[in-house]
Design a binder for this molecule. Sequence first.
Ligand code: NAD
Length: 481
Amino acid sequence: MVTPDTPNGLFIGGHWTIGSGRLFSVDNPADGQVIATVADGDATDAAHAVQAAASAATGWARTSPRRRSEILYTAFEIMLRSRRELAELIVAENGKCGADAGAEVTYAAEYLRWFAEEAVRNDGTYTHAPAGGTRSIVRRQPIGIAALVTPWNFPAAMVTRKVGPALAAGCTVVLKPAAETPLTALSLAKILSEAGLPDGVVNVVPSTDPAVVVSTWLHDPRVRKISFTGSTPVGRLLLHQAADRVVNSSMELGGNAPFIVTRDADLDQAVAGAMIAKFRNSGQACTAANRFYIHQDVAAEFTTRFADRVCGLRVGPACDPDNQIGPLINAEAVSTITNLVDKAVQHGARIAARATCPANSTGYFYPPTVLIDVSADADILGQEIFGPVAPIVTWNDERTLLDHVNNTETGLAAYIYAGDLQHALRLGESVQAGMIGVNRSLISDPAAPFGGIKQSGLGREGGHEGLHDYTEIQYLSVDWP
Ligand code: NAD
C-alpha cells in the first residue's frame, strides 16, 4: 500500500529530490488505477547521481568490511521488521498475490544478510612463486561505481541481489529500477539510509526514459560496472554500449526453462513442483517453467492431476488473501500471451484446463491455462511466455528430449523430476542451463550462484561468485631475494 511516507522522489547523495520536476504515474495492475506519482529522472539527474556516487566512492571503499557488513545486516533486520508494509507496496505496484509478495521480501532481505556475511570474507591469496625469488599477493578490490538496472517482476529481490554484493565489495552505486515498480526500490534506499549507509553510496533514479539514463551512466568514465537484469534484447543493447568503454558487465537475461518428468518420477511431487515452477508470480519469473516435457507413460496421469490443480487456482486481486494468482504487469503482457496461445491453438494445441478470471475486472488478468498436443516445434515453446500458461509435450526417447530441451539460446533454468536420482543427475549434466532444480522447483537461493548460460547472461548473482562480480583482481609481485 502506498502511504504518505512512501518515498517518490529521486534519491541522490542521500537527499530526496524531484530533479527536473517531471513526474510519472505508477499503476496498480489489479485495477489499472494510479497509485502514485514519481519523479522522472533524466540525463541531468543521471549525471548528478554519478557525481554523488563518485563523491562517496573513496570513503566507502575505505570503510572497514566489518562496518559495511553491519550496515547490510541492519538493513536486513529493518526489511524483516517492515515485511508487511514492503509486501503491500509490492502488491500495489506489481500486482502479485500477498503470499508471493511476502516471500519476495524475505528472499530479498536474505541477500542483504548473505552479503553482510560475505563482506568480511573477501579473501585474497599469498603464494610463493614456483621458481622462488618472488612472493605473489592477489587481492580483490572494489571495481568502482556500479550502474544497476532492474526489472519489475521482483521489485525488491532484483535490487538487493545487486546492491548487497556491490556494497559488500565496497562499490558505490547508481540504480535505475523499472518504471512499473519504482516505489519498492525507493523504499529500500530509505531503509539502507536508516541502517546507516553514508550519503551517496546508493543513488536511485527512476525514469520513463531508461535508454537516456543508462546510456548517460555507460558513457561516464567514472562508471566501471553495469549489472543488468531484464530481457535479452535490452541486455544485448547495453553490452554494445558497454563495449565502447570496456565496462565490466553482468547480465541476468531471459529464460526458457524446460520442466522434465521421467517415467519413474513421484507424480505428487512433480505436480506440486510444476505448480510452483509455473505459477509463482503468475508465471512472470525468468526461472518460470516455460515448457513441460512429460514421459509418455505418465503424461495422461500427470496432465489430469496438474489440470485439476490449475482449474482450482483462485485468480484475482491480492486484496482478497485467498487469491493465488494476481494480474500480469500490463495490458500489453495480456495481449502478447493471448496471441501466443491463440497461435498454438490454431496449430493444433488444445486447452486441457483453464482457471477462471474475475468478471468485469479492469485489471490485467490472464487465466492459468494448460495446453496439450503442443507440437515440439511450436512457437510457444521457443519463446519466453512470462505468464501463467503451461504447454505440455510428451517424450519417450531421451536423446530426442535433450535435442528439444537444448534447442534454445536461453539456458537459464531447468527442472528435472525423476525417481532415480542418478538418472536425474545424468540428465542434469546434459541440460544446457545455468541452474537445475532436481525434484524441486524453488532454486533461487542467496547462498548459491544464480545465472544462466548461452544468451541467458554473464556472471552470477548470489553465492561467493556474487561478491566477485563487483571486484577487480590486483596481483602484486614482490621481489624476494
Ligand atoms: P526489460 O528488458 O524491458 O527491462 C528491464 C530493465 O531495463 C528496466 O529497468 C527497464 O526500464 C530497462 N530498460 C528497458 N529498455 C532499456 C534501454 N533501451 N536501455 C537501458 N535500460 C532499458 O525487461 P522486463 O520486461 O522489465 O523484465 C522481463 C525480462 O527480464 C524477462 O525476459 C525476464 O526473463 C528477465 N529477467 C531475468 C532475470 C534473471 O535473473 N535472469 C530476473 C528477472 C527478470
